[in-house]
Design a protein around this ligand. Structure first.
Ligand code: BGC
Length: 745
């Protein structure tokens, strides 16, 4: 093994001798001795798809990438994980290249590495910021232990469209909640000390407005107003920057006709200038070369020029920078300062991670072995999974079920599925590593029978291929219906396959996929005592179930501990406390449907048809944002909202657990600015507090609204606070609220 190149050692040692030298100085010293090729190399990221620990590849793309690694033309790699693999690549970078600059290893650690937490949308339903932060901390610990030092998470895209498969990856439809959660995830990944061996750099993605893909179709065009951009889409990114997120990923879509990767307004004017972002921008996978399809770039050279000039610092898999950027600098189309700025940002993050002090610090086999599926991680993922469950309906308190209940029948392929509950975006995980509902019931010695009823999908499923839904095979219906006739209570586990949501997985119909709705209705026809457990990566349209089925439990895709979490709710060991982070539509035609819409000039209902409504569907959602039941009940009283003389509003409310069972409630605070320079939403979440109450216990919850919460962005991006009348609302969901008006003079 060759040691670190002498030239770099010289630079670094002068630096370490001088304690005053900051990372910035170290970066500057390094940039000074780099050739243009080496600089551009830092801006190039490659996917590592070949057998990394085997012999060096000798032909094709792999051999080209390998040679580029040896030349120092690769600054980062993605999808390389496992200490052995990471070490192999890092050895090439450190020992074979002229300057020995270490590689930064990126990977999509979206909801865990091996130990999987619930999908991010499910975690958001917990409204539990501490648990969410912990979940990211665990993900970082496991990722760092397998050699990763950078995650492409959190996705902080706000989305109002459940057809878009990637809603599973975000925190839902609300900017306030999404901002709080995004910040916690960043803190969880990055920790207090980025150079520690259990923290990794985070990425706020996808900048910007990727969640507004038209008609919910992934990679589709985006048409968004500047007011929505500033008030709805930008705030989680701005907060990410304020909380020192190390990288931001741009996006596949256009904003105002300009692809995000070539969008100077987004990357230079807003992100780097207005928000003073100090980290670096990574392109999305091939989002540079896709600018040719967008009709915005002529060829790959043009891609390199437009991306670099617009502020996209690192190229993920477009091959634009590595092939054309050096020439583009030499022919004057890109200034060398542009390259220097990008490289400075990239090297800075590498220094902050401590990679220059020890490029192999993430490569410790013993730690890798110890941290994967560590018992503490499993315990935390179970806790997170329980907190993510939302009780949607519980008529006549059919839930919780008694553990000694006889005659329980379980129906549904998903009850016996150890893969689907892991959800999408779990590339590093082990297949079939989730605890299924059936396994958990067996562990608990519950007396039950099982009938599959019907498969959700047919054939093999994986991250890449289109899922084939079972639309025809009803061969299991007969025995399931016969068993249902004899059962006392039926737990039906229905919903989406784990790969029906995620990237490239948009759906135009949001009912139970395939023949599951028919199965549900046939079972119901012989025995209505059904508890429906939903597994899904997005809101579903299930009005029939809501009308007919007595109990509905939203169990999303809860990760490794899925079965344990679900049964703990079904049998009352855990009192559900989750609240929906996204509106459930009644029908797809209502989409986009979200709680914080702008008022219409024609609200209703009116006798004549000339008001804003549908003739064949109500305006109401099936379940509103913020909604979720508990096994106990909560009452809100003594609500006060008062203006103070410093433009603040003090809010207080007493919340009482009116039942006997201990429970948790998410107390939600909404505002409406009644008259403003631009029309403001009918309500907007501006505070929440998750509290725990014993039976019959009361607590006073207080909030302070300041100009930060009461103000808004004008379409040009200027933040304003305007005095006047505000409606203040509190309650346990976005619909059932106590209201009061407050005037700020
Ligand atoms: C996704 C990104 C992801 C990247 C790398 C892209 O297709 O849009 O979110 O981080 O792939 O896997």
């Amino acid at each position: 093994m060759k040691s670190t190149p002498i030239i770099l050692l010289l630079i670094l040692s002068t630096i370490t001798l001088n304690a005053q030298k900051t990372i910035d100085d170290r970066v500057d010293s390094l940039i000074k001795i780099m050739t243009l090729e080496e600089k551009v190399g830092q801006m190039n990221q490659y996917n590592g798809f070949w057998e990394l620990t085997g012999p060096a590849p000798t032909d094709g793309l792999a051999s080209k990438k390998y040679k580029h690694l040896e030349l120092g033309w690769v600054g980062s790699m993605l999808n390389v994980r496992g200490v052995k693999n990471v070490r192999k690549i890092q050895e090439i970078a450190v020992n074979k290249t002229r300057l020995g600059i270490p590689i930064i290893f990126g990977f999509d650690i979206i909801h865990g590495h091996k130990t999987l937490s619930p999908i991010p949308l499910a975690e958001a339903a917990s409204w539990d910021l501490e648990a969410i932060r912990k979940s990211a901390e665990i993900a970082a610990t496991e990722a760092a232990a397998v050699g990763i030092n950078w995650t492409f998470a959190p996705m902080v895209d706000i989305s109002r469209d459940a057809r878009w498969g990637r809603v599973m990856e975000g925190a839902g439809e609300d900017t306030y909640l999404g901002t709080k959660i995004g910040v916690e995830r960043i803190k969880g990944f990055q920790g207090d000390d980025l150079s520690a061996t259990n923290t990794i750099a985070a990425t706020a993605k996808h900048f910007a407005a990727y969640g507004f893909a038209e008609s919910g179709k992934d990679y589709n065009t985006v048409d968004i107003s500047s007011s929505t951009l500033h008030n709805v889409v930008f705030p989680p990114f701005k907060a990410a920057v304020e909380n020192d997120v190390k990288t931001v990923m741009n996006a596949f879509n256009v904003v105002n006709g300009v692809p995000a990767t070539g969008n100077k307004y987004l990357q230079r004017d807003i992100l780097k200038k207005k928000w003073n972002f100090q980290g670096f921008v990574i392109s999305d996978w091939g989002s540079g070369v896709e600018m040719i399809n967008h009709g915005f770039a002529e060829n790959l050279e043009d891609v390199a020029v437009k991306s670099a000039n617009a502020g996209s610092d690192m190229d993920m898999e477009s091959y634009a920078y590595v092939n054309h950027l050096v020439a583009s600098v030499r022919n004057g189309k890109v200034k060398e300062e542009v390259v220097d700025d990008a490289v400075r940002r990239i090297l800075k993050v590498k220094f902050e991670l401590g990679l220059f002090d020890d490029p192999f610090k993430y490569c410790n086999e013993a730690r890798e072995k110890e941290m994967i599926y560590h018992p503490d991680h499993i315990a935390a993922s179970l806790d997170m999974a329980k907190k993510s469950i939302v009780l949607l309906k519980n008529e006549k308190n059919i839930l919780p079920l008694a553990k000694n209940e006889e005659g329980i029948l379980v129906v549904g392929a998903l009850a016996n599925d150890k893969n689907s509950p892991l959800g999408s975006w779990r590339i590093g995980s082990d297949d079939n590593s989730a605890v299924s509902v059936l396994e958990s019931l067996k562990e608990m010695n519950i007396d039950f029978d099982y009938e599959k009823g019907a498969d959700v999908v047919v054939g093999e499923t994986n991250f890449i291929n289109e899922v084939k839904v079972n639309n025809t095979d009803k061969s299991g219906f007969g025995t399931a219906v016969e068993a249902a006739k004899k059962a006392k209570k039926i737990i039906m586990v229905l919903g989406e396959h784990g790969f029906q949501s995620g990237e490239g997985r948009s759906r135009a119909q949001l009912g139970l996929p395939g023949i599951q709705q028919e199965l549900l209705e046939e079972i119901y026809a012989v025995n209505p005592n059904i508890v429906l457990v939903l597994m899904n990566g997005r809101p579903l349209t299930i009005p029939w179930a809501d009308e007919n089925i007595p109990a509905i439990v939203e169990a999303w895709q809860l990760g490794t501990q899925s079965g344990h979490a679900i049964t703990s709710v079904l049998f009352g060991d855990y009192n559900p406390s989750g609240k929906l982070p996204m509106t459930f539509p009644r029908s797809v035609g209502q989409i986009p449907i979200y709680y914080n819409y702008l008022p219409t000039g024609r609200p209703g209902p009116k006798k004549a048809v000339f008001w804003s409504h549908y003739s064949d569907e109500t305006n109401e959602p099936l379940y509103p944002f913020g909604y979720g039941l508990s096994y106990t009940t909560f009452e809100y009283s003594n609500f006060k909202a008062n203006a103070t003389n410093n433009n603040q509003i003090q809010v207080s409310v007493t919340v009482t657990n009116t039942g006997k069972m201990k429970g948790e409630e998410v107390v939600q605070l909404y505002i409406r600015d009644k008259v403003a320079s631009i029309s403001r939403p009918v309500k907007e979440l501006k505070g929440f507090d998750k509290i725990s109450l014993e039976g019959n216990e009361s607590k006073e919850v207080t909030f302070t609204l300041t100009e930060d919460e009461l103000g808004f962005y004008m379409p040009d991006g200027e933040f304003v606070f305007e005095k006047g009348t505000f409606e203040i609302m509190v309650g346990g969901n976005s619909k059932d609220l106590l209201r009061q008006e407050v005037i700020l003079k």
